[in-house]
Design a protein around this ligand. Structure first.
Ligand code: MLC
Ligand code: AMP
Length: 615
């Protein structure tokens, strides 16, 4: 029997900066049993039926099916479950047996992310996913703000996080490669069991799934929080959106129903994992139903095309679902034009493969420009399904899986979601103009159907972490979440007309606060004043543009400004357009009217937008 040495490096940064090595030596078979935390199994079936089922709990149904393929290899549901359970018990130990502690984690887009997230859920902690694109000061902010006592990361990010952990006095746990290997080993076992297509669909037939017990009692998940996602607001610093296990389950089951997710699906995953699009829609949904996720380390046009076309891949292994932000579709179109557009046979092949083998292609996180919708249909034969959502609400509106998908529209309410459009622009009480749910929509006003979109339902988040006032402000007294998006109901479908605030910019699908960027830029020694605006752009949706007043005798150059900003801001928040002016036009309150500023400084772009050539 082969023995496995598992080395854990725990940097205990609280005070003494000691490093302890917790070396565990176990045989493979013993590992599964010995590392299992004590399991509270459901005592009554009735309870289980009404209780929330966290995503990891579903693994018991899918055992040896492949859950994930990443750049290292394949992982079964069983493998990921057992690795996560082992990791969960370690996490719980490090947190002194406490529950609902925040665990901030920074993992690449591969199995380590899934194992760490499941381990947080199994041990009853709240996962706080971090993003590797963020500079250290931002990572530090998220860790501090979420009061994460434990930080988990993989060796490549250890140097940065170890500095932060030392500075803040937090524990740092380095993800052990052996845990990934443990999850992977199961795939080898699975490949021996699986002999053909039918058996690949075998769930836990003939095998006991008892070894896939884990996590806490069902009632625990009914009442507890699961995850904190950071999102930018109009003012101040990013806020932590707290999603409970109940929220996650509601969001996932709504999409499973609407988009008919099944265990036959294989999704190509190319999105960041610290936002709902990549984390819930493209990862939790497939894992909830026993489907497979093919995860790339990051988006790359050529790799995506290779995976979508998968020329040498067996039919049962091919990707059939894809989800992305509009920028990604635009980049894929540009790559197609570069590589394939002169090859008529290849173009025909691409259209045939995409239309026959792929069942669903989704876009969201930002408006999908109509030209992209039409061009993609020309190339692939697919009408992209556009949907609308938000970190605070999960997915809200979606074009139909079956039926007409209208470009420029985001469809109708998803199952278990209620919406209202309300007029809020007068000094009077808000007036509800439109009410809708998945059964239908009613128009209550004779004048207009344009107003702010409000959302209610079990998927809507509970609160912003440690921000009761901000939470209260975003909800109506009767519990509707005010999205800050202007919507319209027309032609039996909803449209998103834009943000009510100009200070929220969506670039490449990322939300950026103009105020936050301005605050950073005002820290530049040569900048006296600045206004940040979102400039319409076909590829990026909006580009972050800075209109800058330099200090006397100082010069501001875009390349140097970007270099300076690199250590302070997320790369997607750094302005890519710079305009230097002598003075910013301000009103009597000392405020810049950004709509007027855009027209004055970038008249061509704004004119083009008005002519509807860009989103
Ligand atoms: C990068 N570049 C930008 C830019 N970001 N230019 C303008 N605006 C931006 N925002 C430039 C770089 O400087 C570089 O230029 C070139 O583009 C390539 O940079 P990159 O960093 O390599 O880009 P890439 O990795 O290709 O990233 C593009 C992307 C990424 C679209 C893949 O932005 C992405 O993953 N977006 C998804 C965000 C997401 O998931 N949001 C969901 C939020 S949840 P040069 O000159 O150096 O080549 C949500 C709710 C919901 O919104 O409804 O889903
Ligand atoms: P985030 O806060 O990062 O979750 O971003 C949510 C915001 O993305 C929403 O409030 C919308 O402004 C925007 N958004 C998401 N999907 C769409 C869409 N299909 N069309 C227009 N805007 C969208």
């Amino acid at each position: 029997m082969a023995s496995l040495m598992v080395g854990r490096v725990l940097v205990n940064c609280s005070g003494r900066n000691t490093i302890t090595f917790n070396v565990i030596s176990r045989c493979w078979q013993q590992t599964y049993a010995a590392c299992a935390p004590s399991v509270s199994t459901p005592s009554e079936t009735i309870q289980q039926k009404t209780s929330v089922v966290p995503v990891f709990r579903q693994a018991g149904q899918y055992c040896d099916r492949i859950a994930l393929r990443d750049i290292h290899g394949e992982y079964t549901y069983r493998g990921i479950f057992l690795s996560s359970r082992q990791f969960a018990s370690e996490i719980r130990d490090y947190l002194g047996g406490n529950y609902q502690e925040r665990v901030a984690f920074l993992c690449p887009n591969d199995a380590t992310y899934v194992i760490t997230q499941w381990a947080c859920f199994m041990s009853g902690q709240i996962a706080v996913p971090l993003c590797s694109l963020h500079p250290p000061n931002l990572l530090e902010y998220y860790i501090k703000d979420s009061e994460a006592n434990l930080i988990v990361t993989t060796p490549e990010h250890a140097p940065v996080l170890s500095d932060i952990a030392s500075k803040l006095g937090r524990k740092l746990l380095i993800f052990d490669e052996a845990l990934r290997v443990l999850a992977m080993k199961q795939a080898v076992r699975a490949s021996k069991i699986i002999t053909g297509v039918e058996s690949d669909l075998t769930l836990c037939n003939g095998e006991s799934s008892e070894d896939l017990d884990g996590g806490l009692a069902p009632e625990f998940y009914d009442k507890s929080d699961a995850i904190i996602i950071y999102t930018s607001g109009t003012t101040g610093e990013p806020k932590g959106v707290v999603l409970s296990h109940r929220n996650l389950e509601a969001q996932v089951t709504s999409l499973v129903e609407a988009w008919e997710w099944s265990r036959k699906d294989i999704i190509l995953h190319v999105l960041p994992l610290h936002h709902v699009h990549g984390m819930i829609n493209a990862l939790m949904c497939p894992l909830y139903v026993g489907a497979r996720c093919v995860m790339l380390p990051k988006f790359e046009s050529a790799r995506v095309w290779a995976n979508l076309l998968a020329i040498n891949m067996a039919a049962t292994e091919r990707v059939n679902v894809f989800m992305a932000v509009p920028t990604i579709y635009m980049m894929l179109i540009e790559e197609y034009d570069r590589i394939f557009s002169k090859n008529a046979r290849m173009k025909e092949y691409i259209r045939a493969v995409c239309s026959q083998k792929i069942r669903l292609m989704v876009s969201g996180s930002a408006p999908l420009p109509t030209p992209i919708f039409h061009r993609w249909e020309e190339i692939t034969g697919h009408q992209i399904l556009e949907r609308y959502g938000m970190s605070e609400t999960g997915m809200v509106l979606s074009n139909p899986l079956h039926g007409e998908r209208k470009p420029g529209f985001v469809g109708t309410p998803l199952p278990n979601v209620e919406v209202q459009i309300a007029r809020t622009d007068t000094s009077q009480e808000p007036e509800v103009l439109v009410v809708g749910n998945s059964s239908g929509t009613r128009i209550l006003s004779k004048d207009t159907t344009n107003g702010e979109l409000w959302v209610k339902g079990p998927g809507v988040f509970k609160y912003y972490y440690k921000r009761p006032k901000a939470t209260e402000k975003e909800f109506t007294p009767d519990g509707w979440f005010k999205t800050g998006d202007t919507a319209q109901y027309t032609e039996n479908s909803y449209r998103i007309l834009g943000r009510t605030s100009v200070d929220i910019i969506k670039t490449g699908g990322y939300k950026v606060s103009a105020i936050e960027v301005e605050t950073h830029l005002l820290g530049h020694p040569d900048i006296q004043d600045v206004a940040v605006v979102g400039l319409s752009d076909m590829t990026w949706g909006q580009k972050v543009a800075a209109v800058v007043v330099p200090r006397e005798n100082k010069e501001i150059i875009l390349s140097k400004l970007r270099e300076w900003a690199k250590d302070r801001m997320a790369p997607y928040a750094i302005p890519t357009v710079l305009k230097v002016v002598d003075k910013l036009p301000k009103n009597s309150m000392g405020k810049v009217n950004k709509k007027e500023l855009l027209l004055e400084i970038f008249p061509e772009t704004e004119q083009r937008k008005m002519n509807n050539k860009t989103p």
